[in-house]
Design a protein around this ligand. Sequence first.
Ligand code: ATP
Ligand code: MG
Ligand code: MG
Length: 355
Amino acid sequence: MIVHPQILEAFDLKEADYDALRYGSGHINSTIHLKSKKRGKDYILQRINTHVFKRPDIIDRNQRLAAAYLKKQAPDYFFLSPVPTVAGPCLFEWQGEYWRLLPFVKHTVAVNQADNPRQAFEAAQQFGRLARLLSGIDLREFQPSIPNFHNLTLRYSSFQDAIRSASEERREAAEDLTEAFLNYSGIAVRFEELKTDKDFRDRLMHHDTKINNVLLDDKTYEGICVIDLDTLMPGKLISDLGDMVRTYVSPVSEEEQDFDKIVIRDDYYEALMQGYLSELKGDLTPTEKEVLFYAGQFIIYMQGIRFLTDYLNGDVYYPVKYPEHNYNRAKNQLTLLQRLNEREAALRRIIGGCL
Ligand code: ATP
Ligand code: MG
Ligand code: MG
């Protein structure tokens, strides 16, 4: 693919020295592998999606603050920092679009789903390590790259608004599902309670802990580093932990329409808890220890009502391939929540064993 030479020059690279190839299976940004033609260093060049990220400067600032802190605090830790432009900042604006450059990490893979518990362990350990090393950072300097991203209070009230304003057709079609989610509103109530608990501390969280946001060694599958730091911002432990539960534990994703395939794999659950807590258990507050099971409920519930909200609103946010797509995604997440709740006692025992 063609990248304008000026973009490369901004980072002191010459167009003639690289092949530019589309890379990876990210959905948000445009990711390009700059492959050196002269056995030099390879890079990842990314165009930031400004529909999702209205303030790329905040992403850049958050990442640089974290990088500077880690350099002092944990000099041996491999944190993938963006490469600065010749002008100094790590972002280059070109015709209204924002570009950044990262070192290409060779001999690694990003898997789109966990194929065995070991991969879940390795990925979770990487996210846990990042959280642990950043535990002492001053959060006041950070801003959210997506405001209210995991604010269940707001998501729940948007859900209620959508129920009121939905077309009659969609409201009726989704009646059972809406009621099922409303019956789980205790999950939202719990979040309200937690917000007043000072032990429910803020932390710098990754906020997108799906497994392909960790690079694994392409031979040993050992965790190498965390990538995709666009949503590295202040948040709560339940965000990162919960999204791992949501995306690693069931063998199928939110896109699956055969809901019988949605099952809780205890061994994956255990592996990810082991991996995450092997890094973080010594750093958790009593409240954080209490919410380890709740984390999965929180994220699955929030994702479920976000899909259902979008269905009720007439599919304005998530891209859909057919009219019931968001409805099915919501139902899928509801099923996952039910399966998780059915296993609560066993999963809590697993958590106990990891602490
Ligand atoms: P998402 O859909 O998860 O938000 P994204 O569009 O934000 O993804 P990234 O996750 O940053 O994009 O990158 C997409 C893919 O490119 C990764 O999953 C990984 O396979 C690959 N990749 C990204 N950065 C690097 C890197 N520095 N070295 C090697 N591969 C990388
Ligand atoms: Mg990604
Ligand atoms: Mg991303």
